[in-house]
Structures are given as C-alpha cells and as structure tokens.
Design a protein around this ligand. Sequence first.
Ligand code: ISE
Length: 324
Amino acid sequence: MSVAVGLVGAGVMGSEHARILREDTPGATLAGVCDADPRRAAMAACGSPVYSDPLEMIRSNNIDAVLIASPDATHAELVMACLEAGKPVLCEKPLAATAKQALAIVELEMSKARRLVQVGYMRRFDLAYQLLKESFDSGEIGKPRIVHNVHRNPVAPEWMTGSMSITNAFVHEIDITRWLLNTELTTVRVTSMQNGDPLVIEVCTSDDVVITNEINMNCRYGYHVHAEIVGEDGVASLPSMPSRVVHKTGQQILPYPTYWVPRFVEAYKAQTKAWIKTIQTGESNEGASAWDGYITTAVAEQIIEGDKDSKIHLCLPPCPSFYS
Ligand code: ISE
C-alpha cells in the first residue's frame, strides 16, 4: 500500500520534499500540498490536490501521513494536530519554537502510546556522517576527546533573523553530536563576534568530550559543513564531498554548493525513504525522535537565555523509557 503524504509548506525545503516524494520515494504518493501561497502550492503539487488550510489537509481521510516544511514557528501546532489525528509526521527541524511546546508534543505522543513523530535532522542519513559514526562505534579511533564542527553558509538566508543561527542552524550540530557520540551535552560557552556572526560555541558532554563549533552564516565562498572526531587512537573526519574539479583560468577549482540541499540531497532522500518504511513496517529508523527534537530545542533555548561569554550549565531531564 502506498502511503499518501500531505506536505505542508512549498518553499525552498517544501518544494524539494515534494520532488523527492514524487520522484524518489517508492511506496509514497504526494497526496496534497498546502502553502499560504496557492501558486507555490500548485507548482509543488504537480497535479495533486492543493489545500489552503493545513489542519483540513492533516485531518483529511485522503492523507495517511504528513511532512511539515512550513516556517519554523508553525511546526509545533501542526505536529500536535498530526498527533491528535493519529497520523505519522516528519517535521523539518526545529520541532518547536520553545522547549515548552516541544515538551507538550513529547507528552501528547507518550499519551498516545505510539511513536508518530520524526524530526528532520537529515544529517543522520548522510553517508559520510554514518561512516564517521561507524569509526566511533567500532572503537577504531579510540575514546573520543574532541569533536570539531564547522557549519558555514555563504550568505544568511533573508528569513534568518535574531537568534536563528542557533535555533535554525546550530541545532544541527546539537543533534548530530548527540547522535554521533551517543551522549548528552552538559555545558556550553558561546563566543560571539561583533554582530553575532560567526559564533564559536564550545560544548562539553557528560563523558568529557569537548566540542568546538563554528557557526558562520556569511562565509561568502559556499555552503560548507565539516566534522572531525579526535580520538585517543586516531582522528576520523568527513571527506571532501563528491564534486568535480574544474580546470579554468590557470586554476584547479573544487566548487562548493551555494546552499545545503545539493550537499545533503541524498540524506534527504534516505530520510524520507526510511520514514515511509517505518510507517509501512513499524521498524524504527535512525531518525530523530520527538525527544531528540525536544532536547535540541531545549539546549538552543538555554543558550539564547544564558549569559553570553560565560559557561552555561544545561539543565536537561532524563530520557523517558518510551524513547530509549
Ligand atoms: C537551514 O535552515 C538548514 O536547515 C540547513 O541545513 C543549515 O545548514 C542552514 O544553516 C540553515 O539555515
């Protein structure tokens, strides 16, 4: 049986998800698209029904599961509606705008006694990150001491305002580091350059690994994500990404993508396939749970509310058995 997916949001990510659902996800059908802009929705829908009210689409009998790719502030309410309707939902990161909203999602999901929420931290499905995790899990590089993360965008998207370099960008490093090292974060110190960009964020984990993070929203040269685990017996890093070498004007050039979709397109596809398989078979996948989404939002919130330039001691509750 093909899973009929309703997509909320047809912007940069939404239109990409629509394409992946239409062309690259066996077992799924794009069964509806909802966006505030009906023309944009129709373009992404490519002939499937267009909705103007996301709640109507979520509740429709023609929709089995929902993919949310609308603006960050709308996520929590839409995920709650999916839970109320008993429908599986893949929500783009972040899960919610506040830790309180994210916790309400966790509580509602637990009350339904069924895992329905997956959060779109797609780096978990990136082959290079998976191999990095394998190096750590296999013990090949020994006990980890340091992780270096670099997250650079050429120019901050125009919708990126205020603390979104933390709530929308750095949340990837929070999630991927917890997943890579299978650990919890304990302290954070943020060093902010003049106008808040770039940020240098130092994090410690419960097993004394130090994580350095450069979050740079305006590096100019391209979209570039890098990670390296320094272990006691060796170092494992992400490789240069598959690209092409251009020989031109006396130079050899290895081009960078201009934004994140080309870099992570295979991860987005693998994430959607895994989500659909989980819906069809009930088998779990590597994706981030509502609990992971809650922890990530809680860490981001505590950083934003914490004292700049001083060490923030994170206060995170233990993981309920429902999620372990
Ligand atoms: C964007 O929203 C994303 O989700 C990308 O994955 C991230 O790398 C980028 O910094 C964000 O702005």
